[in-house]
Design a protein around this ligand. Sequence first.
Ligand code: FES
Length: 518
Amino acid sequence: MIERDGARISLWQDTVPAFEPASVISKEKYDVVIAGGGMTGLTLALQLQQHGLKCIVLEAQNIGFGTTGGTTAHLNTLLDTPYTRIIKNFGMESARVVASATRAALQLVKDNIDQYNISCGFEEAPGFLFSQTDDQQKELEDIYDACVDVGVEVELTGAIPVPFAFNKAIRIPRQARFHPLRYLQGIAGVFEKEGGAIVQHCRVISCERLNDSGKVLKVETSEGNFLADHLVYATHIPPGINILHLRCPAYRSYAIAVKLEDDSYPEGLIYDMYDPYRYYRTQEIDGTRYLIAGGEDHKTGEESNTSGRFLKLESHVRSHFNVAEVVHQWSSQYFEPVDGLPYIGHLPGNPDNVYVATGYGGNGITYSHVAALLLRSLILGYENPYGEVFHPGRVKPVAGFAEFVKHNADVVKQLAGKWFSKEELHELAGLAPGEGKVVQYEEHTLALYKDDAGALHAVNPACTHLKCSVRWNAAEKSWDCPCHGSRFSFDGEVLTGPAVTNLEPAEIRSLETEEKMR
Ligand code: FES
């Protein structure tokens, strides 16, 4: 099993072995360093390696650790941002480009699977979107018209494959589903065979030009420096401090995988129209079928009862399906672009050979492949029709951003040389095993967690990105930052950027032991 950025175990994690890279690492310059061993990073790496570039993927944890290990893996051309909104925000021509890019992305997945014989349960299946109120019906009719206008295959249908009452529905042919981690590990294996290198447990921290005149980049990582002609941040959100963090708020989404008593596993990828919406699909893994349902989304760090979201989702599924067993429950993160489309291309505020792909919303598998196609062209110097519509440079400068960053970017350190009494903290916090909370202790604020064995773990709650106070996520046993979505383990290790530095640890000592030692 591989590790993921939370305590819950996803269906995908539980059904793959750990990935052991077989790469030979060179200290010579690489053509491309890719930060992030998820769907975007490895798909792009393979594309570039096949074009003769020497690439290395540096993953801060293990490949698939981030949202690739927690997605529900819908491959769709019907996007979370409806084409009605894309047309309104970007115009008809751009919306047609988006539709064509998503179709090309699905084709790339299929081509990879066929060409490299990747066994990952891939199946094409239709998508369904259904309305249940008059307002939703009007919205659905507009979405149908917009799909027709931009060239997405779509038809009205009188039947949907889930047992819900509905007043109208559309069917979108040739969507798809697969096991994302089996696909990812397949791609990683081919990439290494083609001469590419993968390093796990190597966090990219920053980069700068090697010298003023040249274009070569010095990429600083937790395992030393690498030289490269290009750097791609395929880290879901770029690390450090960037204007894109103000344009991509972070959300959590919840998923469960259940076995049914009967054979009513729905064919297709199915979505209702509530906000947040719920989604359903079936996946067969090693001869066993699972119904996967998701939803209950909220902004990261803004829900105090994260475990309750699973209960709501489960109760909803049980009220419509004959559930025999809930096999897995897990949550994952996505970054929602404020204008509705991802940011793929040059990373604003960086040298022109530094790139980013972020803001996928709930369409990460599709957009990761759009990003692979687009970034491949940018790095190889080819024209690409998708370049303009996804260009991160479309973000307008924010007044005062530079001062804001300067003011907030001091290193967060308050606890050095201090220690806290274990007995007093136990009494003050009154935590049950497995619980965490932010507490005030004398003049200090601590993020305190009591593990299942009763031991306390304390860290400074000031997020190391821009100092917001983290909040406890009981479902995933993590400290989540409500400002830009950084997440940390219960003892402060970075799970999700943009932060690159762990939360400051606080030392806890037993008064009893201290006294005995005096
Ligand atoms: Fe920006 Fe925490 S993620 S302050």
